[in-house]
Design a protein around this ligand. Structure first.
Ligand SMILES: N=c1c2ncn([C@@H]3O[C@H](COP(=O)(O)OP(=O)(O)OP(=O)(O)O)[C@@H](O)[C@H]3O)c2ncn1[C@@H]1O[C@H](COP(=O)(O)O)[C@@H](O)[C@H]1O
Length: 108
């Protein structure tokens, strides 16, 4: 099975692209364009994910979710965060019913 190491290697690559040439690196180009460009890509990939799901196209869905994960990792890296931050949050939530967790939230 492919492990979460793929995410960690990718996170390292993203970090290394912060000082790379935008002419030769897609990630470096995104970092140079700034946060709004990264957020735009996330919006596009989320929309394409919805469309692939509505089409019941599994191969397309996998590719679009991969694009969404990838651009989410770029956004996390932009903020100095990485996959471990998300894995830790999911680990913290493990076994807590979403219904119970929502009920325990402070009321506004
Ligand atoms: N995993 C990815 C990855 N997934 C998707 N993409 C790129 O994300 C872009 C989004 O695809 P779209 O078709 O939605 O966008 P587009 O139409 O090409 O672009 P727009 O004109 O719409 O802006 C494409 O250019 C894809 O190639 C990725 N680019 C890079 N990586 C990883 O990042 C590493 C570093 O990449 P570089 O910085 O380019 O060396 C690579 O070695 C890979 O491991």
């Amino acid at each position: 099975m492919i492990s979460a190491e793929v995410l960690h290697r990718l996170a390292q690559t993203l970090e290394s692209r912060k000082g790379a040439d935008p002419e030769s690196s897609y990630v470096s180009r995104l970092f140079h364009k700034g946060q709004d460009a990264i957020l735009k890509k996330i919006g596009e990939e989320a929309t394409e994910t919805v469309m692939a799901s509505k089409d019941n196209d599994q191969l397309h869905l996998v590719r679009e979710v991969a694009d969404l994960w990838f651009h989410s990792l770029v956004l996390l890296s932009w903020h100095g965060l990485g996959p471990d931050d998300i894995l830790a949050e999911l680990h913290r939530r493990e076994g807590i019913s979403g219904i119970d967790e929502k009920a325990s939230r402070p009321k506004d």
